[in-house]
Design a protein around this ligand. Structure first.
Ligand code: C2G
Length: 135
């Protein structure tokens, strides 16, 4: 049984998120996802997530390709999370390429290409623009 682990905020869930989770799951038999806490997201992005960590966990946990979720409290705890969930493969989007190579001693580290032309920021800007147009 091959366990895959990946991490992310997954705010305003979109098809780029879904596809990387599907591609991660296809590398093994079980997919575990660390969803960034609200505090970790704020420290990474300097912006409050639209959906709370409980809502983001609920959405991700109920995708067919996801087997288990937990709240990622700190970027510094990656090694502990990989060991706790006995992950064989760590997947990250290629926006993080090279940043997690230090974990090659305990698992395989894969960086998958991001889906082009979609992001949480773009969705938020799109909706903000629509709201402005109707005002
Ligand atoms: N993603 C993607 N294509 C997009 C947008 C996002 O493949 N168009 C991927 C990202 O590369 C990431 C995952 O979806 O692997 C989640 O994206 P974010 O929520 O932006 O996650 P991020 O803030 O990069 O968190 O421990 C590391 C972090 O917690 C990663």
């Amino acid at each position: 049984m091959t366990t895959v682990i990946t991490f992310g905020t997954f705010d305003v869930l979109h098809v780029g998120h879904l596809r990387i989770l599907q591609r991660s799951r296809a590398l093994g038999d079980r997919l575990v996802v660390g969803v960034s806490s609200d505090a970790l997201n704020m420290s990474k992005k300097n912006r409050q997530a639209v959906f709370s960590q409980d809502e983001r966990c609920e959405l991700v946990a109920n995708l067919r390709c996801v087997d288990e979720v937990f709240v990622e409290e700190s970027l510094e705890l990656k090694r502990q999370y990989i060991e706790k969930y006995a992950a064989d493969i760590l997947v990250m989007g290629d926006d993080w390429a090279g940043r997690f190579d230090e974990f090659n001693d305990i698992c395989r580290v894969e960086y998958l290409p991001r889906t082009p032309s979609i992001s949480t920021t773009a969705v938020i800007e799109h909706i903000s623009g629509m709201a402005g147009g109707n005002a």
